[in-house]
Design a binder for this molecule. Structure first.
Ligand code: FAD
Length: 106
């Protein structure tokens, strides 16, 4: 089975990429689907102590599903919460679309 690092890296890749391709102006139904997706994700993410902390963090900070920009920033902040907990560097959330959608500008 995947360890929590391999699983984590793969999962963040998926989540940030999904957020980077979320609509700029989602319909109410799309907002609802994203909230439901994240709720299910937090329930079934197969690293139980990770999922438990993620649930308490997202209860305090509910998903910002109003736009691609807001969702990307929200997810970046949740990831930074985990980075802080693990003693890793924080990521500059202004660069999240560059990292996960557009690629570096050079
Ligand atoms: P990762 O943290 O996996 O990041 C991958 C890449 O994402 C980085 O190389 C960087 O380019 C980019 N990145 C980094 N920070 C951000 C950000 N804030 N926003 C956007 N992009 C960013 N592990 C534990 O040991 N304990 C836990 O409690 C825990 N909880 C987790 C909860 C969730 C929801 C997830 C998905 C993972 C969790 N993990 C946890 C795993 C942990 O976050 C890392 O994925 C793992 O330690 C591997 O780290 P890494 O250094 O390879 O980079």
């Amino acid at each position: 089975p995947a360890d929590s690092e391999t699983l984590g890296r793969a999962t963040w890749t998926f989540l940030h990429t999904m957020a980077a391709y979320y609509p700029d102006t989602p319909t109410l139904s799309q907002e609802d689907s994203m909230r439901t997706f994240l709720k299910g994700f937090a329930q079934f993410y197969p690293c139980w102590y990770c999922a438990e902390d993620f649930r308490s963090d997202t209860t305090k900070n509910p998903p910002a599903v109003q736009s691609r920009e807001r969702l990307g920033r929200w997810l970046c902040e949740r990831h930074n919460e985990v980075n802080r907990k693990l003693g890793k560097d924080e990521f500059d959330c202004a660069r999240v679309l560059e990292r996960w959608r557009d690629g570096p500008k050079d």
